[in-house]
Design a protein around this ligand. Structure first.
Ligand code: SAM
Length: 239
């Protein structure tokens, strides 16, 4: 019997996993090895999961992990694009989309939004453009309830958790909403050392971009003004 007792997850995926409710039925879209659903289902007796993959290679890797941990009665691997692999009548309660760009995550959710009817919680981990994802959540009527920022393997990651609840927590400030979308309403309140580190790096990058734009032959003044506003916000948040 070569069943392994436990799966070693990255710090990032462990944090993602910590937001999945106990004993729930969830889908992990873009699951790759299916480590996350297998990790959760090994620890949580009642949890059940669907691991979705759009590519053959990762789909087979996911199948192998499920077999290796003897989880085939708990984790089902499905091949397909985004939320298409979810059936509206099977009662999936929570959704994970992690380890992709914020643009792709937003596109996956936006284009599958008819599948969200049974889904109470979204746990999203965009590798970049988290502001895209926050904006989408706002438009879809999910309330952002938790945000985390962490450093793992020399990368800084953000995790966004949104719940389908009627009472939006006091969160979005009319005057500051664009700023909150960029930095994250909770994260900018908390201002953790990792958050400050991230925005120092982003400020440096943006300063270079602005410098290059100003030296270009044709200057896109609208874009430049937008970037300069963002830079000003970064300066504010860092002081
Ligand atoms: N979620 C895992 C994690 O956070 O470590 C794996 C992230 S991996 C970088 C991204 C995975 O998403 C790849 O395996 C890719 O094939 C899959 N993917 C990309 N677009 C997808 C889509 N539209 N539907 C399902 N899976 C997708």
């Amino acid at each position: 019997n070569d069943m392994k007792a436990d799966i070693k997850l990255s710090k990032r995926l462990k944090m993602v996993a910590s937001f999945i409710s106990e004993g729930t039925f969830f889908a992990d879209i873009g699951s790759d090895h299916a480590y996350l659903p297998c990790y959760i289902c090994l620890k949580d007796e009642k949890a059940r999961a669907i691991a979705g993959e759009v590519r053959e290679g990762p789909y087979h890797r996911a199948e192998e992990t499920v077999a290796a941990y003897q989880l085939s009665d708990k984790v089902e691997v499905r091949l397909g694009d985004g939320l298409q692999i979810i059936n509206s009548d099977e009662g999936v309660k929570e959704l994970v989309v992690a380890g992709m760009g914020g643009g792709l995550i937003s596109q996956i959710i936006e284009s599958g939004k008819e599948k969200l009817t049974t889904i109470d919680r979204l746990v999203l981990q965009p590798n970049n453009s988290a502001h895209n994802v926050r904006k989408l959540l706002l438009n879809l009527g999910y309330s952002l309830t938790h945000e985390k920022i962490l450093e793992d393997n020399n990368h800084i990651y953000e995790i966004l958790v949104a719940d389908k609840i009627n009472n939006e927590p006091f969160l979005w400030n009319n005057v500051e909403v664009e700023k909150q979308l960029l930095f994250g309403p909770y994260l900018m309140e908390e201002k953790s050392p990792v958050f400050l580190k991230k925005w120092k790096i982003e400020r440096e990058k943006l300063m270079k971009v602005i410098h290059q734009m100003k030296n270009a032959k044709h200057i896109d003044y609208e874009k430049l003004a937008y970037y300069e506003t963002q830079l000003k916000w970064m300066e504010e948040i860092l002081t």
